[in-house]
Design a protein around this ligand. Structure first.
Ligand code: FAD
Length: 348
């Protein structure tokens, strides 16, 4: 099998790269490890960059406000604009778009190795002029390139129904408390009537597992009363918090999305950046194929750095401060405005 482009991973970064390149008429293969899209996620997507939600994606709520709680439960409100999506339906809709554009997707086909002029996957081999690693935080492609593993935050999330949401159902809530989410935070994202995704991310500083911290939060925290409902879903996952990788382009191989370290090291948000990187990687791939010159792929690294380099570097700097200065609730209470994106102090 001969392809112009082989993409490892059918998450947002991979499916968008594949769709952009296939739309231009090139032969594209997407290798996906799983039988369907199921990246663990809360599903918040910011509408600050112009994102078109794909047909078939289930929108669970419209978000217009973020309420951030300090450890003493005083809070700060901030207007923002975004959506909460059902993540599997969102990713499947993007994968379908890639297929409709002409890309071929092979499910249950993890990329195993990079070979001269192509790849090896579980059931076979394929040759491709360009390879894109869109295989997430524990990227096999990055490992095969000999790159360092990224630092990660570990997360756990319940979907709980029959709970008490705030009177404004378009508000997502964020809690900082070192006893329940050391090095991270707890989120409550409204996901329809009386229903929310309640989750947390921790950075390894704590003594318990994310599951144990989450159980403690929903059963013992000052908010526990509001959260006793029926738990209808549970997931765990990880996201990168070490910031943008220094290099994103290795000859004919590119890294996009989480495999490139594009999730925000403080908020953990990575969907928007994954989509953006898929777009710009796709365009660089088209230019390189048109010119038959792999050196053109370097444009992707330059553009990604131009768009994402500064915000991710700022966030990484905040992450370092959070790690060293905010290990107790007293410190968090004092320093949070300088460390969280909804406060003016974060940006000054
Ligand atoms: C619990 C949790 C909640 C989150 N909540 C949010 C949120 O609300 N908003 C937000 O913006 N971000 C959130 N994130 C981060 C977000 O999920 C990621 O940043 C985003 O999914 C990155 O997209 P991606 O396409 O780079 O990678 P992924 O979505 O991880 O996709 C990678 C794909 O590659 C596949 N794969 C892995 N290995 C191989 C292989 N060897 N061969 C082939 N395929 C492979 C995987 O199966 C997967 O389908 C959350 C993360 C977690 C863990």
């Amino acid at each position: 099998m001969n392809y112009d482009l082989i993409v490892a991973g059918a998450g947002p970064a991979g499916s968008i790269t594949a769709a952009v390149v296939a739309q231009a008429g090139y032969r594209v293969l997407v290798l996906e490890r799983d039988a369907s899209c199921r990246s663990p996620c809360a599903g918040y997507i910011s509408s600050t960059i112009n994102i078109e939600l794909p047909d078939g994606c289930i929108i669970q709520s419209r978000i217009r406000k973020m309420r951030t709680y300090f450890p003493d439960l005083s809070f700060h409100d901030f207007q923002l604009s975004g959506f909460l999506v059902d993540r599997p339906s969102f990713d499947m809709a993007l994968a379908t778009k890639a297929e409709d554009s002409g890309a071929e997707i092979r499910w249950k086909s993890p990329l195993i190795d990079l070979a001269a002029g192509g790849v090896r996957f579980r059931d076979g081999e394929a040759s491709g002029k360009i390879i894109v690693g869109a295989d997430g935080v524990f990227s096999r492609v990055a490992a095969l390139l000999g790159l360092e593993r990224q630092r990660v935050a570990f997360c756990a999330q319940y979907h709980i129904r029959g709970i008490e949401l705030l009177p404004e159902p378009d508000t997502c809530e964020i809690f900082f408390d070192a006893n329940y989410a050391p090095g991270g935070y707890v989120w409550i994202y409204p996901a329809g009537k009386d229903s929310a995704k309640v989750g947390l991310g921790i950075t390894g500083a704590g003594t318990r597992s994310p599951h144990e911290y989450l159980d403690a939060f929903v059963s013992e925290s000052p908010l526990a009363e509001r959260l006793c409902g029926e738990r209808t879903g549970y997931l765990t996952g990880a996201l990168p918090i070490s910031g943008l990788r220094k290099r994103l382009c290795y000859g004919n191989i590119l890294l996009v999305g989480d495999s490139a370290g594009m999730a925000d090291p403080i908020t953990g948000a990575g969907i928007n950046n994954a989509m953006l990187s898929g777009e710009i990687a796709g365009r660089a791939v088209i230019d390189a194929l048109e010119d038959d010159d792999m050196a053109v792929l370097g444009q992707y690294e330059t553009r990604a750095d131009m768009l994402l380099g500064r915000p991710l570097a700022r966030s990484l700097e905040k992450r370092r401060k959070l790690d060293c200065c905010c290990t107790s609730n007293e410190m968090l209470q004092r320093h949070l405005p300088g460390l969280w994106v909804t406060f003016r102090e974060y940006w000054t």
